[in-house]
Design a protein around this ligand. Structure first.
Ligand code: SF4
Length: 412
């Protein structure tokens, strides 16, 4: 006597939500959807039995189930196997993202001594060294800083003590997974020890980015940043800045340092201007970054909101989906330090420490246990938890934090 077993492959992601079942093959990157109630019922039983279920011949003769099994087999998302009835149920190899969950649990239970290795989870630090800025009639930073890397006039005229900057640079330079240091202001040229920060950065192995508003850029200063590991990120926003940028493209091209331009846009006419000068801009290394000003929702809906095709076009790997089920890879491992020494896991959130009184390992340890943003998942968010794409969609970003709305998409 033989038995038939039907199973889903270990590389297949599936989610049943709102009466629709999504099956996504992480190898072929193809997806299929089902909404037939009999198929959904069969799938729920399949999942209850760990992704492998005994299937009877009479079930396979039912049109709905037959169609489901055929589609799954034809797309290499699963298969039927036949084995002797005296053999035990075959083992299902469905993947589960347990590693980090387990890790957090062990830390909470104090059963893991990881104090030595905690800094492996630190990937990026943004250091706002000062708050002074002399650009008048500019209030962009009030909302830009909450969404993207941008300069900011912090309250009061404070500066981060250079000893703190030195301590941070020294601490992160040899960390195994550390990627980048970002130095921002105010106007960083108003920082007393800016030359020391630049000199110190040149001696590091880590990549360092210095953020300078185009209005504060002094061409004569750019030579100082000439080092393989340093990039000057020039922040460009608004119509008059575009004119200035375009007029000076030749001058920028003559610079020896690594230059990159973050061009912020908040309306359609700015896209037209950039398109018009594309042939000139193509000589520069630049990124166009949308920014929500509070009154350009339509612009965002048209240019930033995701469609179903956009999401599937990202073709996420199984590893990425599992990461999305555990943490937020947009936020995880990043810290922000403001000129008064306050430390944040996200500038939209609350202060989590003080660099004068805690060391980086203590702060990272604290945030692994208590972090809100580092572990902010779509599948736990009110707007996305019932969506089939909650684990596939890109992680929640600061745009969504600023909007206070997690589903910036056209999916209903
Ligand atoms: S943003 Fe949220 S609701 Fe929209 S597709 Fe992604 S997971 Fe679904």
């Amino acid at each position: 006597m033989k038995k038939k077993w039907f199973y889903l492959e270990s590389y297949v992601y599936s989610k049943n939500s709102n009466n629709t079942l999504l099956i996504y093959n992480t190898l072929s990157k193809k997806s299929i959807k089902f909404n037939n109630p009999n198929i959904l019922k069969f799938y729920m039983e399949l999942i209850k039995q760990q992704g492998i279920i005994e299937i009877q011949d009479n079930e396979l003769e039912q049109e709905d189930i037959k169609e489901f099994v055929q589609k799954i087999r034809n797309t290499f998302c699963g298969d039927l196997i036949v084995i002797d009835s005296n053999q035990t149920k075959p083992l299902s190899l469905r993947n589960h993202p347990i590693i980090m969950k387990d890790f957090r649990k062990k830390v909470k239970e104090n059963s893991l001594d990881f104090s030595k290795n905690v800094l492996e989870y630190l990937y990026e630090i943004s250091i706002h060294i000062n708050s002074e800025c002399d650009v008048s009639n500019c209030d962009i930073c009030n909302y830009a800083i909450k969404q993207v890397d941008y300069c900011f006039k912090h309250e009061g005229n404070t500066q981060l003590d250079f000893s703190n900057v030195e301590y941070i640079l020294d601490s992160v330079d040899n960390l195994p997974n550390f990627r980048k240091i970002k130095i921002l202001g105010g106007n960083i040229f108003k920082y007393d020890k800016i030359n020391s920060v630049i000199a110190k950065s040149k001696g590091l192995k880590t990549n360092v980015e210095f953020y300078i508003n185009l209005h504060q850029l002094d061409f004569s200063q750019l030579e100082k940043f000439n080092s393989k590991n340093i990039t000057v990120k020039v922040l460009v926003q608004g119509g008059s800045s575009y004119d200035y940028l375009i007029k000076n493209i030749a001058a920028f091209n003559k610079q020896n340092c690594n230059l990159s331009f973050n061009i912020l846009i908040d309306n359609e006419s700015q896209i037209d201007v950039l398109n018009k000068f594309e042939h000139l801009l193509s000589h520069l290394n630049y990124n166009v970054i949308p920014i929500y000003s509070g009154n350009n929702k339509l612009f965002f809906e048209k240019n930033v909101y995701l469609t179903e095709d956009d999401i599937l076009e990202l073709k996420p790997e199984l590893k990425t989906i599992h990461t999305n089920q555990i943490l937020n890879s947009n936020f995880f491992g990043k810290l922000f330090i403001t000129p008064n020494g306050n430390v944040y896991e996200n500038l939209n959130g609350n202060c989590i420490g003080q660099i004068n009184s805690s060391n980086l390992a203590e702060i990272v340890y604290y945030n692994i246990l208590n972090g809100k943003y580092w572990f902010k998942k779509r599948s736990s968010s009110h707007d996305c938890k019932n969506c089939n794409y909650s684990d596939i969609c890109p992680p929640i970003s600061n745009y969504e934090e600023f909007f206070e709305k997690n589903n910036l998409c056209h999916i209903k």
